[in-house]
Structure formats: structure tokens, C-alpha cells
Design a binder for this molecule. Structure first.
Ligand code: 5GP
Ligand code: ZN
Length: 121
């Protein structure tokens, strides 16, 4: 438990949540927070996170089911607000080293506004 608390204290996205690091926050409701990625990979690139610290998707448990559902629905809402609902968009979770997860706080990338290649490199 103590290790978890220490991880959360140092966590970049927990610090954004707490206003200690600036970010362009575009949504905050019901334990879900969304802000623009600092290094845009598409015209719309938003990170959607649970406000509570969960290190990765692998760390999410059954009690988080509702929260995970809310995050997905928030992605769809933001896509509508960002006017990419019709053109299309992608929701991505990088989990672990092979996926290139760089920040150990669960986050969903919402990407859109351009044609996205598949499969990812
Ligand atoms: P990952 O590779 O872990 O799936 O994605 C982490 C994302 O966080 C990257 O797209 C990266 O650009 C973004 N990021 C890293 N540091 C910051 C920051 O300080 N502010 C914001 N807004 N995004 C960040
Ligand atoms: Zn965190």
C-alpha cells in the first residue's frame, strides 16, 4: 500500500490531476479527467484518465468496471465535441513495454482528425 501511495505521489498524471503540472484540461467529471497530449500525434490527441491512480490496464480490477466504461463513453463524447465523430477516431491503451507505455497511470489516447494507419508500427 505504501509503495502505491509513493507511486501516485510521483506520478506525472496524478500531478496534472492535482494541478501541480499545467495541462490543457478539457473534461473533468465523475472521476474521469481528459487533457490534450503534450506531443500531438494527430490534430486531435487527448488523454483520458481515471482520476484515481491505476498504474495500467492490467492493474484495473472488477471494481473499476464502471469507471472504465465511463472513460470509453467519455471518449465518444469528446470525439463528438471535437468534431471527429463522423470522420472517425481511434482509442488506444498502451500497456507495458512492448506497447511503449511511458507513463504508469492508465490513460486512453483519443486520436483523430487525420487518416490513421493500421497496423501500428
Ligand atoms: P504512453 O506512451 O504512456 O501511452 O503515452 C504517454 C503520453 O503522455 C505520450 O503521448 C506523451 O506525449 C504524453 N505526455 C508525457 N508527458 C506529458 C505532460 O507533461 N503533459 C501532457 N499533457 N502529456 C504528456
Ligand atoms: Zn497517477
Amino acid at each position: 500500500m505504501k509503495a502505491e501511495i509513493d507511486a501516485a505521489r510521483q506520478c506525472l498524471f496524478c500531478r496534472i490531476r492535482d494541478g501541480e503540472i499545467p495541462a490543457e484540461i478539457i473534461y473533468r467529471e465523475d472521476g474521469v479527467l481528459a487533457f490534450r497530449d503534450i506531443d500531438l500525434q494527430a490534430p486531435v490527441h487527448v488523454l483520458i484518465i481515471p482520476e484515481k491512480h491505476i498504474a495500467s490496464l492490467a492493474e484495473a480490477g472488477e471494481p473499476d468496471d464502471e469507471l472504465l466504461g465511463r472513460i470509453c463513453r467519455t471518449a465518444a463524447l469528446i470525439a463528438r465535441r471535437e468534431s471527429i465523430e463522423q470522420s472517425g477516431y481511434r482509442l488506444v491503451v498502451n500497456n507495458g513495454p512492448d506497447a511503449g507505455q511511458a507513463v504508469d497511470h492508465l490513460h486512453f489516447h483519443l486520436l483523430g482528425g487525420r487518416s490513421l494507419g493500421w497496423p501500428p508500427g
